[in-house]
Ligand binder design. Structure first.
Ligand code: ATP
Ligand code: MG
Length: 141
């Protein structure tokens, strides 16, 4: 399988609970290389742009409100098959339905406040990485 990169966001709920470090530790223990990392407080415009594909969904307003309420940690993760591997490590969108020992089961609260984001395809990973880390910020070492 090819080495891929994917975007991770540690969402406001997890940062507020001081779990960003624990989540990054799980990520590294699971064999991902963190090749870019930054804390940022998303503006409404940046959050709306990131979630543009969900604009028509009923939870869009709630999602933007949540994602802008306090800082997030954004990271680029690299591994063989990183897109699928990071989705597997996160678990299902709804923490109540997530498999044991997944990040959303361990750290998520509910279907909205679910601790982390992960790109859902290689194409979206490229778009999302470029959205937060244009160009040289992503280490190739
Ligand atoms: P993410 O894109 O954050 O990795 P996902 O791909 O598992 O999550 P999506 O369907 O893309 O799930 O939904 C994006 C985000 O919108 C979810 O992670 C969650 O924070 C929020 N969300 C999804 N469904 C609901 C819902 N029914 N009510 C409130 N918020 C929701
Ligand atoms: Mg998604």
């Amino acid at each position: 399988m090819a080495v891929e990169r994917t975007l991770c966001i540690v969402k406001p709920d997890a940062v507020e609970k001081h779990k960003a470090g624990a989540i990054l530790a799980r990520i590294e223990e699971s064999g991902f290389r963190v090749c870019a990392l930054r804390m940022t407080h998303l503006s409404r415009g940046v959050a709306e742009g990131f979630y543009e594909i969900h604009r028509q969904r009923p939870f869009f307003g709630e999602l933007v409100q949540f994602m802008t309420r306090s800082p997030v940690v954004v990271a680029v993760l690299e591994k063989e098959g990183a897109v699928g591997a990071w989705r597997d490590l996160m678990g299902a969108t709804d923490p109540a339905k997530a498999a044991p020992d997944t990040i959303r089961k361990l750290f998520g609260s509910n279907v909205g406040e679910n601790a982390t984001h992960g790109s859902d395809s290689l194409d979206n990973a490229r778009r999302e990485i470029g959205y937060f880390f244009p160009g040289a910020e992503v280490s190739s070492l």
